[in-house]
Design a protein around this ligand. Structure first.
Ligand code: HEM
Length: 202
C-alpha cells in the first residue's frame, strides 16, 4: 500500500459524509435560527432533568422502593451535561466562540450571570456526587447537596428573565418545582411518612 494515510482519510471522509448531510438537514429543520432553538431546548432539557432528579426522593418515600435513588444521581449528572451543552451551543452558535463578547454579556446581562451561578452550583453537585466525596464529606455531604434547591430557584429565575412575556411554560416548571420543594419541607415529609405508615399497616 503506497498511501495508507490518504486511503484512511478518504475512507473516513466517505464514511462520515452521511453524518455531515444529516447535520445539515437537522440544522435546516430547526428553522431560520437553529442556534437559538438548540440553546433553548438544551436549557429546557437541563431544567427538566433537574426536576426529574429532585422527584426521585419523594417517589422513594411514596412507594418505599429504594431503586429511585439510583436514578437520582444519574439524572443530576445528565442535567449538568445538558447545561454544559446549553452553554457550549450558546458560545458556538450564538457568539461564534467570541469569548470577549461572552465576558461582556456576563457583565451586561444579569440573566447570564444568574445562569453562570446555576451552572457553577450544578458543577459542585456533579463533582461531589461520587462515593469518594460522600465518604470524605461525611455528614457535610447531605448539607452541601441541599444547594440543589437554591440552584433550582436560580435556574427558574434565569429562565423567567429570558421568557418574560411568554411565561406560560415557565409557570408550569415553577409549579412543579414548588410542589417538589413543598414535599421536602420537614412538616410535610412527616405527614407523608405517617400516611405511608398507615397505608402499609392496612
Ligand atoms: C453560564 C451559564 C449559562 C448561560 C451563558 C446561559 C445562557 C442562556 C441564554 C443566552 C438563553 C436565552 C437564549 C435565547 O435567546 O432564547 C438561555 C435560556 C435558558 N437557559 Fe440558560 N444559560 C446558562 C446556564 C443555564 C443553566 C445551568 C440552566 C439549567 C439548568 C439553563 C436553562 C435555561 C433555560 C430553561 C432557558 C430558557 C429556554 C427557553 O426559552 O425555552 N441555563 N440561557
Amino acid at each position: 500500500m503506497r498511501y495508507p494515510g490518504w486511503r484512511l482519510l478518504l475512507f473516513l471522509s466517505a464514511a462520515s459524509a452521511p453524518c455531515y448531510w444529516l447535520y445539515l438537514g437537522a440544522i435546516a429543520a430547526l428553522g431560520p435560527d437553529p442556534g437559538k432553538v438548540l440553546v433553548d431546548n438544551l436549557g429546557q432539557g437541563a431544567l427538566v432533568l433537574l426536576l426529574c432528579s429532585l422527584a426521585m426522593t419523594p417517589l422513594q418515600r411514596l412507594t418505599s422502593w429504594s431503586g429511585w435513588i439510583a436514578f437520582r444521581r444519574q439524572l443530576g449528572l445528565w442535567s449538568f451535561s445538558y447545561a454544559v451543552l446549553h452553554l457550549t451551543a450558546y458560545l458556538y452558535f450564538l457568539l461564534g466562540l467570541d469569548f470577549t463578547s461572552f465576558t461582556l454579556e456576563l457583565i451586561d446581562r444579569p440573566y447570564m450571570a444568574v445562569g453562570a451561578i446555576a451552572l457553577l452550583g450544578l458543577l459542585v453537585l456533579a463533582v461531589t456526587s461520587n462515593r469518594w466525596s460522600m465518604r470524605k464529606l461525611g455528614k457535610r455531604w447531605k448539607k452541601l447537596h441541599r444547594i440543589v434547591y437554591p440552584v433550582l430557584l436560580v435556574v427558574l429565575l434565569h429562565m423567567l428573565w429570558v421568557v418574560r412575556a411568554d411565561a406560560g411554560r415557565w409557570a408550569i416548571y415553577a409549579a412543579i418545582a414548588a410542589a417538589l420543594l413543598l414535599v421536602r419541607l420537614p412538616s410535610i415529609e412527616r405527614k407523608l411518612s405517617c400516611l405511608q405508615g398507615k397505608a402499609g399497616a392496612k
